[in-house]
Ligand binder design. Structure first.
Ligand SMILES: [Zn+2]
Length: 454
């Protein structure tokens, strides 16, 4: 029964509907033509009878088509579409699509098993097919981060989603950008002037800022080189860019190089930029615990909302509705998932730099102690359990020595230096990038040189 319905659902496409509407008109036109051709007075009456029965037949077939279109329209009622808007997260969009929190969590948690859904970009598309009998239930779900990839989830009938990835062919281009800082121009301005995508300029700046203080040490005449790898769909739609290599050589800043390392596990936070020696160059590995941030009480001294006593507030309070998803701010291991009278339901995640993030007063906890979590993985929902005046998230950060710190001042969770098989892998990737740089530099002039020519 369910299978049958799904088959029909899959078959339904916009194009199919348009075609059907067209096929409605073709018989009508034919019928009119037939009547016109044969409307001379010399016709015998049996020909008229025949025509009448033909027309009746056409009308019947028309009615059948109309029924089909009606059914299509009925199905379309169960299709919900959404798209990431500026500053929006996936949960907001799913909420706008009318998908329940329970379903959203199921969808996001199934997706996070295989897909990196950390940084959503504007215009990423979602489509959900709702059950016609159980309006809350999502039968299938599609996530298109870009036109070339589709992540599809289908309820296999057991209430569990089955994941499928669909790829469309793309092309890859490598480009070298190199140049010299002119008097009064920053690296940022210079890179932008070379028409490097803005997000990539941010990445280059972020990597190099780990080593260079541009504000004090950049000088006119400093040289730089950037290697980008870009993926295109249908040759013109840029769907992915990565900085494979960045180089800076300055009078005062010295010489610095960064290589992109891609881990065995595509979702790993080890995938980042490193020096030749395997030292991480990560300017901010930290994400936010909620999609929407509205601070109601900052870190520091305050009068307690319940006890009225002036005391230290060891974290940041964010206002959010009960049920709002709470994310792990970085990859780590759940060291606490428990309940007590003060904290209510709370979770603590220890990160690779041995700092621990805390999430208090949760409505629900969705991770267990000992579990590994990814950055931006949903770990629970906002609530008002424990000593709390209303739904909010108390977010805290502890140093490795056990003392609390202001979470807003925590800038970076360092990925440890690459070691062992990861370091071997980094060296392989460095060798590949170096070969690439050599071949590109000798075979073609830099993009800057090309741009200067025209
Ligand atoms: Zn608090």
């Amino acid at each position: 029964m369910i299978k049958k319905r799904r088959y029909r659902l899959q078959r339904k496409k916009k194009v199919g509907n348009i075609l059907k509407v067209f096929t409605l008109f073709i018989p009508v036109i034919l019928a009119i033509t037939v009547i016109r051709l044969n409307s001379s007075p010399s016709l015998a009456s049996n020909t008229a009878d025949q025509e009448l029965s033909e027309i009746t037949e056409y009308l019947d077939s028309l009615n059948r088509e109309i029924d089909l279109v009606k059914k299509d329209l009925a199905y379309l009622r169960y299709v919900r579409r959404g798209e990431i808007g500026p500053g929006q997260g996936m949960f907001q969009v799913l909420d706008d699509m009318g998908i329940s929190t329970v379903m959203s969590l199921a969808i996001v948690n199934t997706l996070t098993d295989t897909v990196e859904i950390v940084n959503h970009r504007v215009a990423e598309k979602f489509e959900a097919l709702m059950d016609s009998t159980e309006p809350e239930r999502v039968v299938s779900f599609s996530y298109k981060p870009n036109p070339s990839v589709e992540h599809r989830l289908k309820d296999d009938g057991s209430g569990e989603f089955v994941y499928q990835r669909i790829d469309h062919p793309t092309t890859i281009e490598h480009r070298i950008y190199e140049g010299v800082l002119e008097q009064g121009a920053s690296l940022d301005q210079t890179l932008r002037a070379m028409e490097i995508p803005g997000s990539m300029v941010g990445v280059v700046n972020g990597i190099l800022q780990c080593k260079i203080s541009f504000r004090t040490d950049a000088r006119a005449g400093d040289r730089f080189k950037v290697l980008l790898r870009e993926r295109f769909f249908q040759d013109s739609i840029r769907i992915e860019s990565h900085v494979l290599y960045a180089h800076y050589n300055g009078v005062r800043a010295g010489t610095h190089e960064a290589y992109r390392y891609e881990d065995f596990d595509p979702k790993s936070s080890y995938t980042a930029h490193y020096t030749r020696e395997g030292e991480a160059l990560i300017y901010s590995g930290l994400r936010y615990p909620l999609d929407r941030l509205h601070i109601t009480s900052p870190y520091g001294m305050r009068r307690h909302p319940i006890t009225g006593v002036r005391s230290m507030h060891w974290g940041v309070d964010y206002r959010a509705a009960t049920g709002t998803p709470v994310y792990a701010v970085a990859e780590g291991v759940v060291v606490k998932s428990a309940y007590n009278r003060t904290n209510g339901n709370y979770i603590a995640v220890r990160h690779s730099d041995n700092y621990t993030s805390y999430y208090l007063h949760l409505h629900r906890r969705s991770v267990r102690r000992g579990q590994r979590v990814q950055s931006r993985q949903v770990i629970g929902t906002v609530g008002s359990t424990g000593l709390s005046t209303g739904p909010h998230l108390h977010f805290g950060f502890k140093r490795p020595n056990g003392s609390w710190m202001d979470p807003l001042k925590k800038r970076m969770i360092a990925t440890p230096k690459l070691e062992g098989e990861r370091l071997v892998r980094l060296n392989d990737q460095i060798a590949e990038i170096d070969t690439f740089l050599d071949s590109l530099s000798t075979e073609q002039p830099s993009i800057l040189a090309q741009k200067k020519e025209n």
